[in-house]
Design a protein around this ligand. Structure first.
Ligand SMILES: Cc1ncc(COP(=O)(O)O)c(C=O)c1O
Length: 394
C-alpha cells in the first residue's frame, strides 16, 4: 500500500550537543582520535575489503562530525547513518564520501536527501516510486540507491517472496540507479549457523535479481562481529560500527582494538557516614560500617544508567569503588572507604582506564553493560548530549 503523500517537504533539524566551551562541570567524555584511526586500519586489515563506518546515533555517542572527519581522512570509504538528519549533519561538516542512510524511513524528505547527495536504502515499492518521481521532477541525473534484502532479521528489507515484484518496479524507474545490495545479520556474534543461513538467502536473492536483469556494484552484509568472525560475510565492503570504537562484544580473541571513549568526572563532595546511615533516594544503601562516601556530578541524565545503582563501580585513585544508593539524575554516590586518601577534585573514571597512586584498572563498556542488564552499544550511545566530548590525539 502506498502511504499518502503528505503536504510540504520536511525540513530536517539537528539537536545540539554540549561543546567543551560550555563545560563547567568536570564530567566529560574524552575521545581518542588516534584510537579511532588505529581501529579503522585494524578492521580494514582483517576484512581485506573497504570499511564503511557506521556512525549513526552521533557516532555511537562519540560525536559524529569529529569522528566522520577523522575516519574519512584515515581512509573510510563510506559512512552509514540511520537518519537523514545524521547524513545532513555530516555533509554540512564537509564529509564527501558516500553516505548511506539505512533506517528505511524517509518521510517527506526526499528533496533534502537528494540535495545532500545521500544514498537511501530502499525496501518498499512505494519508496521506489516516490523517490523516482522526485528525481524526475528535478530533471536530475539518476540517483544511486541500495536495496536491502530481508534474510532473517525481519525488520526492514524486501522479503524474498516479494523480490520479483520489487525488481519489476525498480526496473521501470530509470531515475534510480541500483548501486548496492545489502542485508543485516541477526546474531553475528552468537549464532554461526544462522549467519550461514542468512548468507545463503542473500546469495539466492542476488542470483534472482541478476536473472531479472538488475545490476549492482557492491553487496554488503557484515557488521563488526561478522567481519571479524565470518570471512564469508566480508563480500565487497563491511559496515563496521562498534569495532571502530574499540569493542568487539561477543567475539573471542580480538586483541588489536583500542576503546576510543573514556568518561571521567571528579569528586565534588565527601562525607563520613556512621554505620546504619543511608545514602540517596529511597535510602536503598545503608552503611554497615563507618563509611566514606564521595559524590560525583554525573547521573542518569548524563547516561550513567540507574540500573547501576548499588551494582556498578567507578575508578578512583586507580582502584575500584562501588556505586552506592540510587544513581540520581545529576549525581552519584560511591563508597571510597577502601580507597585511602580520596580528596575533593580527585578524578573519577566511569568508563575506561585509570592509572592512579593505588594501581590501575579498566571499566569496559561490556562490563558496565553486564552490570546494568544492557549491551555495550547502549552504554556508549547513552552518554547524553550534556556531557561534552573532548577530542585527544593520544
Ligand atoms: C544495518 C547495520 N549495519 C551495520 C551496523 C554496525 O553494527 P556493529 O556496531 O555491530 O558493527 C549496524 C548497527 O546496528 C546496523 O544497523
Amino acid at each position: 500500500m502506498t502511504p499518502p503523500i503528505t503536504s510540504a517537504p520536511a525540513r530536517v533539524l539537528t539537536p545540539r550537543r554540549a561543546a567543551p566551551a560550555d563545560s563547567v562541570r568536570p564530567t566529560r567524555a574524552e575521545i581518542s582520535l588516534s584510537h579511532l584511526r588505529h581501529n579503522l586500519t585494524e578492521l580494514a586489515r582483517i576484512a581485506g575489503t573497504p570499511v564503511w563506518s557506521v556512525l549513526k546515533a552521533d557516532a555511537y555517542g562519540h560525536g559524529a562530525k569529529a569522528v566522520a572527519r577523522t575516519l574519512e581522512r584515515a581512509g573510510s570509504r563510506g559512512i552509514c547513518v540511520a537518519l537523514i538528519e545524521e547524513g545532513i549533519e555530516l555533509r554540512e561538516a564537509g564529509v564527501v564520501v558516500p553516505i548511506l542512510v539505512m533506517s528505511g524511513h524517509y518521510g517527506n524528505a526526499w528533496p533534502e536527501l537528494l540535495r545532500h547527495e545521500l544514498t537511501p536504502v530502499l525496501s518498499r515499492v512505494d519508496q521506489v516510486r516516490s523517490l523516482a518521481e522526485e528525481v524526475r521532477e528535478r530533471a536530475g541525473p539518476a540517483h544511486g540507491v541500495h536495496v536491502k534484502i530481508d534474510t532473517g532479521m525481519a525488520r526492514l528489507g524486501v522479503p524474498p517472496s516479494e523480490l520479483e515484484s520489487f525488481a519489476g518496479v525498480l526496473r521501470q524507474h530509470p531515475e534510480l540507479r541500483l548501486e548496492g545490495l545489502m542485508t543485516h545479520f541477526a546474531s553475528a556474534e552468537s549464532d554461526a549457523p544462522f549467519v550461514e543461513l542468512q548468507l545463503d538467502r542473500f546469495d539466492r536473492a542476488t542470483r534472482l535479481l541478476e536473472q531479472l536483469g538488475l545490476r549492482f556494484r557492491v553487496r554488503h552484509a557484515a557488521n563488526t562481529a561478522a567481519l571479524l568472525a565470518h570471512p564469508r560475510a566480508r563480500l565487497d565492503l563491511v559496515r563496521a560500527g562498534i569495532g571502530l570504537f574499540g569493542l568487539a562484544p561477543g567475539v573471542a580473541g580480538v586483541s588489536g582494538l583500542r576503546p576510543a571513549m573514556r568518561v571521567r568526572s571528579e569528586v565534588i563532595s565527601l562525607r563520613t557516614l556512621a554505620a546504619g546511615a543511608s545514602v540517596g533516594y529511597g535510602a536503598t544503601f545503608r552503611a554497615t560500617r563507618e563509611s566514606r562516601i564521595a559524590t560525583l556530578p554525573m547521573g542518569y541524565g548524563d547516561g550513567l544508567s540507574r540500573a547501576l545503582s548499588n551494582r556498578g563501580h567507578v575508578l578512583v585513585r586507580g582502584r575500584r569503588a562501588p556505586i552506592v544508593g540510587a544513581v540520581s539524575m545529576d549525581l552519584t554516590s560511591v563508597d571510597v572507604t577502601d580507597v585511602p586518601g580520596v580528596q575533593i577534585g580527585d578524578e573519577v573514571v566511569v568508563l575506561g582506564s585509570q592509572e592512579g597512586p593505588l594501581g590501575s584498572d579498566t571499566l569496559s563498556a561490556e562490563e558496565i553493560a553486564a552490570h546494568g542488564g544492557s549491551i555495550a552499544w547502549e552504554v556508549l550511545t547513552g552518554i547524553s548530549r550534556r556531557v561534552p566530548r573532548f577530542y585527544r590525539e593520544d
